[in-house]
Design a protein around this ligand. Structure first.
Ligand code: PCD
Length: 806
């Protein structure tokens, strides 16, 4: 070798593999307005479909008259439940084992519910025709409060379930009850509570909100009657699942359905489920023989598609006098709206809420979740959190604060005292999870030091004194949060969606000249998969990330996968990519051995080539091997260089982090200012630090929105009060705080490259940090618990109720 030969390190840098802050390759098209979203799809003869929606939250439908609408020039069809019934499509199964009306069948159960589907030549005619459909409603009593829904004389919401004493998840104890899901040991927990030195109790409400992606939901359905093939483009986070469901519902064989997710403008869980708009577009295309497009507007999206949260969490936490936690009890009343359409793995009707023991070593615990029907929209998706993990983290991080108050102890110290220790991993939690790896103390100490926690407490105490002396009207809150996420659903043995095991997949094809294409069962909605999956592969197969195309979202070409949500792409499809890469490398090794005329055991891998052990000047690069794979007859090997992996992860991954928010609060106006927000994330091996930082900024901003103002609010008769962006808080750059990001790196022991997910973490950790900051500011004046969102009015009200305005 001469001096010009690049070193291993230089060659590795060129690959832009793991750990490289590679620029996002997708942004070339996004920043030039060249993205291709569903609404960009325009086809000859395409029609537009849109819904007549219910203005009432609960009403009987006396009649629907479509005559005037049909008479409007340009209107092609108006579908009602009556038209869908003969096809068996007026109701559809939900992901949670319930069923849901596609179009109102006899009654409506929430405001904005789909009543009729109008199909016309363009959107404008559609809008006029919708006004011409005459629906006669008879109003029924409305229930928007899950506790009232469970009262004995509450109105019966789901008449279709009359007399059914059990549902998909066991017994129903009331006509508006869906299920009771229990985990842990209640008797043992009660026993511990009865003997405990200290028990703190609190009801923590995590309000209803909505993922509100910038691009709303939509699809284009095109039935080609000549070749019998249905193509469905849509904003789908799980295109293969949509294909399977479409096949089961329509009876069209699965090979004759092609589902494509083009570019997606944010998903956040909103685009996981199946909506009436998809079903109606498909039916309309079959009926008319023309492509049909359906695109929601913002109000449709907020009112009718999947909401998130709406959990009332009644908690008890017990401890010894010196602050060692001994037990946790949590009873949840979960408002699921009119239909149980939660998007969770089948066996987990409350998602992974049982991660609610958080980062703490709690010996006994119990969780009970009651699902309840109300007159609100269905949904219950994991808006930037893995299946109810943000609810779990918010609950435990509030309970820790409440316990700290009761013990008169510093909340940072209380956390540190109870963290699962590094040497306890893999850790078996009281509610049944096996945490793969963690080092909470190191992360926590790093975070406290970074913000100079002790100095902040001194400053806060001084501020309280100054406030009491009348020298300031501003309080200082220090919001602490240490979270444990659980992502990567999941092991096929316990995680499935509609019976499909939650594995994921990657297929790689190496081209003769040494570049490659890889296809995966996931789909990016902005996360940057085209950038990062190529990086995983670059490190595995020694081909530069720039020479690897990543393709997702077309069921005709991508291998079957369960899609992107629950931060599962890195833990599951990322693992599949690494495993498929290793298969490529194994075959490449045999090819290299043949070319170098040595035994394959005599070779070792060096970044982008196989070298002969002890004779590094003899090597074959991946480019050479790729070429040889196509032009040499190698004994015992098939030509070509391809591999596929379907990966079933042995366990979930458990990312974690330490977040601290320093907030100034103006007692008189209820306004706040985030002075500092520090976010330390540990997602194991980091693929792309720049993308991770972007993920943290995005997720923390959604956390900020949820904690400080965003809510899907209803009045007593079920009107959605926040149906537009005038009322529904979506932060702009003006409101968004500045974030400081940091990290520790504790690899997952079971993931092929040690990576854990990160996309959701900032929401899971961020919400308690912001909310705890508000609570902490008022702690010296006696505040224990106040419900989110902490908007200006609610903060002002806390101050007023505490007598700080007099
Ligand atoms: N990563 C790295 N490293 C690591 C991890 C991770 O680098 N360690 C990166 C990856 O590659 C990508 C990202 O980061 O790119 C993310 O990842 P993950 O965590 O794995 O996740 P995914 O699966 O991919 O995704 C999902 C998520 C979710 S879930 C959500 S909500 C959100 C997030 O993601 N969404 C979104 N983020 C985002 N971004 C954007 N832009 N957009 C959107 O939409 Mo759910 O469940 O759905 O609720």
């Amino acid at each position: 070798m001469n001096d010009q030969t690049p070193t291993s390190v230089e060659r590795a840098t060129k690959l832009k593999g793991l750990g490289h802050s590679r620029k996002r390759v997708e942004d070339v098209r996004f920043t030039q307005g060249k993205g291709n979203y569903v609404d960009d799809i325009k086809m000859p003869g395409m029609l537009f479909g849109d819904f007549v929606r219910s203005p009432y939250a609960h009403a009987r439908i006396k009649s629907i008259n479509i005559d005037a609408a049909m008479a409007l020039p340009g209107v092609v069809a108006v579908l009602t439940a009556k038209d869908l019934e003969p096809l068996g499509l007026h109701w559809m199964p939900t992901l949670a084992g319930d069923k849901q009306m596609v179009l109102a069948d006899g009654k409506v159960l929430f405001q904005g519910q789909e009543v009729a589907f109008v199909v016309a030549d363009d959107r404008y005619i559609n809008a006029d025709a919708i006004d011409l459909v005459e629906v006669e409603y008879e109003e029924l009593p409305v229930v928007t409060d899950p506790f009232k829904a469970l009262e004995p004389d509450a109105p019966v919401l789901r008449e279709d379930l009359a007399g059914q004493t059990s549902g998909a998840h066991g017994a129903r104890k009331h006509h508006n009850h869906i299920f009771l899901w229990e985990v842990g040991d209640e008797a043992a927990t009660d026993e511990v509570m009865a003997d405990a030195d200290v028990v703190a109790e609190e009801t923590v409400y995590y309000h209803r909100t909505h993922p509100c992606p910038l691009e709303t939901c939509g699809c284009v359905a095109s039935m080609d009657k000549v070749n019998g093939k249905l193509t469905l483009w849509g904003t789908f986070q799980a295109p293969h699942v949509v294909r399977t469901v479409a096949s089961l519902l329509s009876g069209i064989e699965e090979h004759n359905i092609r589902v494509v997710s083009p570019d997606i403008g944010g998903g956040f869980g909103n685009k996981v489920g199946v909506y009436p708009g998809y079903v109606c577009s498909i039916v309309a295309s079959i009926v008319t023989g023309r492509p049909v497009k359906w695109i929601e507007d913002r109000m449709d999206n907020l009112m009718a598609t999947a909401f998130a949260r709406d959990y009332w969490m009644k908690g008890k936490i017990s401890a010894t006098k010196d602050g060692k936690i001994t037990g946790l009890h949590c009873q949840v009343t979960a408002d699921h709206g009119a239909f149980d359409a939660c998007a969770d793995p089948t066996k987990f009707p409350a998602g992974f809420m049982s991660i609610c023991t958080g980062s703490y070593d709690i010996p006994v615990a119990y969780l009970g979740v009651d699902g309840v029907y109300t007159n609100k929209a269905p949904g219950g998706v994991s808006y930037r959190c893995s299946f109810r993990v943000t609810e779990a983290a918010y609950f435990i991080e509030r309970m820790i604060e409440v316990l700290a108050i009761k013990l008169g102890m510093d909340a940072a110290e209380l956390r540190a005292k109870n963290f699962i220790k590094k040497d306890q991993f893999p850790y078996q939690s009281a509610l049944g999870w096996e945490y793969d790896s963690g080092d909470y103390h190191t992360a926590w100490e790093k975070a406290l030091k970074a913000v100079d926690y002790d100095a902040l407490r001194v400053e806060q105490a001084e501020r309280v004194e100054a406030f009491k002396r009348g020298e300031t009207r501003k309080l200082l809150g220090i919001g602490l949060s240490h979270f444990t996420e659980i992502v990567g659903a999941g092991p096929v043995k316990n995680c499935d969606i509609l019976g499909m095991g939650m594995f994921d997949s990657c297929e790689i094809r190496i081209h003769p000249t040494g570049s490659a294409i890889a296809r995966l069962g996931t789909i990016s909605q902005g996360q940057g998969h085209a950038t990062t999956f190529a990086q995983i592969l670059a490190s595995e197969i020694g081909i530069s990330a720039d020479s690897i195309t990543i393709e997702e979202g077309d069921t005709d070409t991508a291998p079957y996968g369960l899609g992107t949500y629950g931060s599962r792409s890195t833990p599951v499809a990322g693992a599949a990519a690494a495993m498929a890469g290793r298969k490529i490398r194994a075959k490449a090794q045999m090819t290299a051995a043949y070319l170098l005329e040595v035994h394959d055991g005599d070779l070792e891998w060096d970044v982008d080539r196989f070298i002969v052990k002890g004779a590094p000047e003899q090597f074959k690069t991946m480019t050479e091997i790729a070429y040889a794979s196509y032009n040499q007859a190698i004994p015992g090997l098939e030509p070509g260089l391809e591999a596929v992996s379907y990966y079933d992860p042995p366990n979930m991954t458990y990312p974690f982090g330490a977040y601290i928010c320093v907030m100034e609060i103006d007692v008189d106006t209820g306004t706040h200012e985030v002075r500092r927000f520090y976010a330390l994330d540990d997602c194991g091996t980091r693929i792309n630090p720049m993308i991770i930082e972007g993920q943290v900024h995005g997720g923390a901003t959604e956390a900020y929105a949820i904690a400080m103002g965003q809510e899907l609010a209803y009045d007593e008769i079920g009107n959605v009060k926040t149906g537009t962006l005038m009322d529904f808080f979506l932060p702009t750059s003006w409101e968004t705080p500045t974030y400081e990001t940091d990290f520790t790196e504790t690899p997952s022991p079971h993931h092929p490259i040690g990576a854990k997910g990160v996309g959701e973490s900032p929401n899971v950790g961020g919400v308690p940090a912001f909310s705890n900051a508000v609570h902490d500011a008022f702690r010296p004046f006696g505040l224990k618990q106040s419900h989110m969102p902490h908007d200006q009015w609610r903060i002002w009200k806390i101050a007023n109720d505490l007598g700080l305005h007099s």
